[in-house]
Structures are given as structure tokens and as C-alpha cells.
Design a protein around this ligand. Sequence first.
Ligand code: AGP
Length: 610
Amino acid sequence: MCGIIGYIGKKNIVDVLISGLKKLEYRGYDSSGIAILKENKIIRHRSVGKISQMEASLPSEFKNLSSKDDCIGIAHTRWATHGKPSEENAHPHIDCTKSFVLVHNGIIENYFELKTKLKKHKFLSDTDTEVIVHLIEENYNGSLIEAVKKTLKLLEGSYAFVLLSKYDPKKLFFARKDSPLIIGLAEDEKLIASDVTAMLEYTNKFIFLENEDFGEVSAKDIKIFNLKRDSIQQRPITLVNWSAQMAEKSGFKHFMLKEIYEQPQVLRENITSRVFGEDIIFDDELKFKKDLLKKIEKILIIGCGTSYHAGLVCKYFFENILKIPTEVDIASEFRYRNPILKNNTLAIFISQSGETADTLASLRLIKRYKLPTLGICNVVGSSLYREADSTIYIRCGPEIGVASTKAFTGQLISLYLFGLYLAKIKKTTSHQRYIELLNSLYKTPTYIENILSDTSFLKHLAELFYSKKDFLYLARGINYPVALEGALKLKEISYIHAEGYPAGEMKHGPIALIDKDMPVVIIATKGALLQKVFSNLEEVKSRDAKVIALTNYGVESKSIDYKIILPETDELISPILNVVPLQLLAYYIADILGCDIDQPRNLAKSVTVE
Ligand code: AGP
């Protein structure tokens, strides 16, 4: 998943492109590049490594480019899919005549077949992207928009690209299919980027391009076409009320730490914007009629990674309060397993970015079965946001750290409130239990602030255990997915191997791994299965493991070596609290190890390719 940005306007083009690119770095950061039009000649610079390395090595021709005319340029930060990270494979890619230059996010699946038909062209990279710019060169016959259109009809796979050409020096050309691309609208200047965070410094007004849209943009005008329709397309302008400052670290060492600390406000924002007395209001977000919701007999939840873990937590919550079966699937498995689907099933798709390829493909599959689809998403205007029948916005603000934290708790609170809303419609929960759960949710922001107010013990644990090579995370019931999430946090930012496992299942295999060098993190907060968890504690302790336990005041066990004491809450609500110390433990361990916490190796924030 790469980050692309284009600009046309009177600002310093290099500053705009580089600072915008840095806001996109979380999408991919193994190499980067920039190209601008200078005196009707394309100048280009690319570099392996971080954007700062590309910036530091910019040749003098990129310096002092102030001009009374509009400046125009494109830039790219890469997460390698085809061709290893190298200068030759870095974008922008240029054609043989040095007349066209292009940046791309996505995968051209038929690039090899296309490349073999471009024999007279000289390819300088191993990338799929380079095929596009040579096709533009091949198809150009005086009209750039026609050349783009002809080229798009040959491409298979996913793309979001921005093209610059010396033949039309006042316009950028664009196209998107299955990869996000957004136009930023500012007075007498325009931007195009993969994500709004790259453009917030200049505007809050955006056009989210739709699938198979293509077109041209100048400093003053935009023309959007669509491969399926010939006429010029009108697209709504979306106001995104995020400030540029929200996309900054605001004094925190890493975005991830800032976003962990933003969780109380995320929960409050979701609660206060939807709960009024005993009523939970989703009316302006849900386009489902209450009669349809009443008839729901099954829920299907689909997601990837952390979003999948949020779905697993909700399985326990929904089955408890809605008394209907709730199935949870990993999107990349679901989309290929020819699922057996029944009527009166609500399909819920969880995705922070709203652009995860496997989740979107699952959504499109389900829509063919005409089932009602609900998105749980953090990016207004994203593909999921627009393609699901209804979408609940989790109101987290931009989540920049690759490791998802506030989006996880934002997903949980949104889904919990939706579940209670549905329980009231379906009358599947007593009024007393409904109020109990609502009251517990109300307290979660304060409880999390309590946890965040003193993290010294978690830092101490990180000091004790940062050198360990393997961790095992155990839990039962609704906290089992939290064990999975805690393990995912540790492995994705510290590169330490960690497994989440159901505590009751541990003796069917993983117990063989346990010895004095394997720390075991176990969730032993109050709940119906606490005694069972204690039995598992004994099994682990008798193999000399060091036991770190999340628990509550008054929970005593001689088998616990290190107790992380959490405020006591309703068992069904406890995952929202229990995940926070696990996020922090992973963060502090990774920080001691000096890892690149916000941009871990090999990862990207939004996996827009399958
Ligand atoms: C979580 O920390 C990871 N970054 C990753 O598992 C992520 O949750 C997954 O790729 C799904 O992303 P999405 O929520 O944007 O669909």
C-alpha cells in the first residue's frame, strides 16, 4: 500500500509534496520519489529508505522553485509489491520519451502480459506500475484524457494513479479502481492524494473518487469521467472536520502513544454523540428500517487483523444480548470459501481505513447476495463507507500509527452501542440489563484515564521482559480476542514472537513451549470463568513460566508473579479496558528496543492489495 500525492497551485511545490508525503508515510516507507514540471521539462528524484532521506538528497534543481505561475508535481512513498525496494523501482515512473510521469498505488495484475506487448519500450524497473506510463505513451495521440481512457481499458487489478505530462503542463490526470484517491479542493489550487491527512493543511473539502472514475484537474477546474458512463460525472464535496493538528504527534514520542491516550476521548465522543438518557440514537447513520432490524436472525462479522479481533469480541457480546448466532470471519478466508448465507442475516464489515482489499471484496461478494451490509469505519468517504448500505463512523480522528489502538476501542464502543440499540428493538435484553451495560460503558473513559494516569508498572514490566523472544497471551471467553490483540500489538511493533491462545486450549499444544524463559500474559479479571483461568494459571506456573496477569483488586493468586490491577467492570465491557495495558506493554517494550513503532518493518497502515 503506497501513498501518492499530486499538487497544482502557487505554493512551493516541493514543500507541499514532501510534507504531504510525510503524512502518508504510514502507508508505506521503503522508498520514495518526486517529479515536477520545470520549464516544461520533467525533473525527477527518487531514493531508497525514508522520505527524509529522499528529501535530504534532493538535487539543487528542486530548490528555490518559487514561481508566479502554477507549480505542478507528483510524489510517492512506496510499500513494495512488485520489485524490491530500490531507486529504480521507486516511483514516479517515466516513459521512454520523458514526456509522461506517474505515481501509482495498487497492483496491475496483467502487467506481465501488457509488458510483453510493449516490446519497443525500454523498461527500467521490475514494477507493475511502469507498464501504465508506457501504455500512456503508446496511447497518446494528442489527447491525454483519451490516452488515459484507452489505457484504463487494458488494465486489470487495482490502481490509483496520478499522471503528469509536459504536453498538458497545467493539469494532473488521475484514475482509481479499488485503491483510494481523493481530490482536495482549495482556492486556486488542487491536491490529489491517497488519504485526506496529506491535504488537511490546505483544505477540509474533498471529493472521494468512486471506482473507475478518471479525469483531469487544474488549479481551478476538475473534470471527472467514469469508465462505465461517458458524461462528465458530478461528485459530492465532503467536509472532513479533522484539523491538520490532529494528524500531528502533539508532543507524544510516537503517534501510537498519542492514539492510546486519545482513547478516553474517542469513547466519550461515541457515547455522548449517540446516547441520550436511556436512548441510543443511530437514526442519522443507519439507513435500515426498524422492521428489517427486527427480523435479523443472524449476524456475520468480517474483518482483518485488529478489526477481526474487534469482531470476535462482538461475537460474545451480541450472542449474549441479542440471543442470535454471530459468525466472525477473516476477510481473506471468507471471500474464497463460497459461504453459505441465509436470509435475515446482517453482514457487518469492520475496517478502520475502509480500504482493506479483502474486506472490500467480501463486502462486494455479500452485496451480490442482497444481504443488508453495515460498515464500521473510521474514514468518511472511504470505499467501505460509501459501498456499504449503512456505515457507522467510529469517530476516532485520523489513526496514523500502523498498529491500531484507538480504532480498536472505537470499533468496540460503536458496536456495543449498536448491539444495545438492536437489543432494544428486538426486545432480547431486560431493561435492567440494558441499563447496567449502558452505565458500565459510560464509565469506561474514566476507567481508561485511570489506567493511563500511572503506567510506571507497565514500564517496569517492559524493562524486565523486553529481551524475551517469545510471549504467550492467554484468556477465556470475551477476553480471548483481547489476548489475540495483545499478542498482535507486541509482534507487529517489537518483532518479538507472541501468540494469543484460549487459556483452556493451551494444554492441547502450546504448553509444550512454556518454560522459565517464556513470559505468559494472562487476563484474569473478574468474570464467570475466573476459577477456570486460575486452573490454567497453575498449569502455566508449574512449568516455571513468569506470569503477568491483568486482574482486579481483591483477586488473589500465589501463581501470579506480576499483577496489573485494573478497575472492575462488567465482564462483557472488560475487553475495552483490558486491551489498554496490553497496548502499552507492547509500546514500552518496542520503545526500549528502539523499534520504528509508527512504521514497523514490512507493514502498512492500510492493506489495499490482497
Ligand atoms: C493492526 O494493528 C494492524 N495494523 C492490522 O492488523 C489492521 O488491523 C488490519 O490491516 C485491518 O485494517 P483495517 O481496519 O483498516 O481494515
